[in-house]
Design a protein around this ligand. Structure first.
Ligand code: ADP
Ligand code: MG
Length: 234
């Protein structure tokens, strides 16, 4: 019925809103989490550490974990949040990532070239996080109306995904640092510099690889490579 349709529409945009908020909350949370780790290291030599400081730090850590769990729940509340590896169709993950982006995709000339793919073994929502970061970076570097190509295929016996933009590109010097946590060329409050370091970690977790090539002033190509599990149909 019409009423039911309206409700599901609402659920969908609520999902998108909370996904957007959760994504924004996750970045500062990661920052806090790293800072606490460093603080703990610094305080360890102090005499009152074990008796007084350790319990407080543990409490902070527990609450960070709780908050990031909640953010994670919000981000993918309409999906099951397995942390175990499962068969994943990369094309489906890409389609879903575009849903998360919402209207912003209309500001660019997105071209999708998705080929038939064998399933990979992975954690779908983590791969989605990689793609979301790459698409955000591409959009942030590219003038509105310009082309961004997203393609998939099989290469070197790996499932591969490329994101090609015609944006600002990355200087040879910056290329050395782009995977470093907190390295950003965007203004404070805009960039956290965590996106690509997170992508790197997630690709490593999947036994895959991320490769970035760029020509300043011309654009950037990001390639993801995932191993194909033995026996996976192609
Ligand atoms: P952030 O986006 O918060 O700056 P990232 O880790 O996602 O952090 O990216 C780090 C840096 O790499 C960016 O600040 C930018 O300088 C560069 N970069 C990443 N992707 C692109 C891209 N598609 N085009 C141009 N520069 C990029
Ligand atoms: Mg980014």
């Amino acid at each position: 019925s019409l009423k039911r349709f309206a409700k599901s529409e609402k659920m969908f945009s609520l999902g998108k809103l909370s996904a957007g908020i959760a994504h924004e909350i996750n970045n500062p949370l990661t920052n806090v989490s790293i800072s606490v780790e460093l603080l703990e290291k610094d305080l360890k030599p102090l005499a009152q550490f074990e008796s007084k400081l350790q319990p407080r730090i543990d409490a902070i850590k527990r609450n960070i974990d709780r908050a990031s769990k909640i953010a994670g729940e919000l981000l993918f509340f309409s999906h099951n949040r397995e942390t175990e590896l499962m068969p994943v169709n990369l094309n489906e993950v890409i389609q879903h990532t575009f849903e998360l982006i919402g209207n912003r995709r209309n500001h660019y000339d997105f071209q999708l070239e998705l080929k038939d793919l064998p399933d990979i073994e992975g954690i779908p929502w983590k791969i989605e996080e990689v793609l979301l970061n790459l698409l955000m970076n591409a959009m942030e570097a590219t003038a509105q109306g310009k082309r961004i190509r997203v393609g998939t295929g099989v290469e070197e016996r790996m499932v591969c995904c490329t994101v090609v933009d015609e944006g600002s590109g990355i200087s040879e010097n910056d290329l050395k640092f782009i995977y470093d946590p907190f390295f950003t060329t965007k203004g404070p409050g805009t960039g956290t510099g965590l996106g690509l370091s997170i992508c790197f970690g997630i690709m490593e977790l999947h036994g895959g690889e991320i490769r970035i090539t760029s020509a300043p002033g011309e654009g950037t190509t990001v390639k993801l490579l995932f191993p194909v599990p033995e026996g996976s149909r192609s």
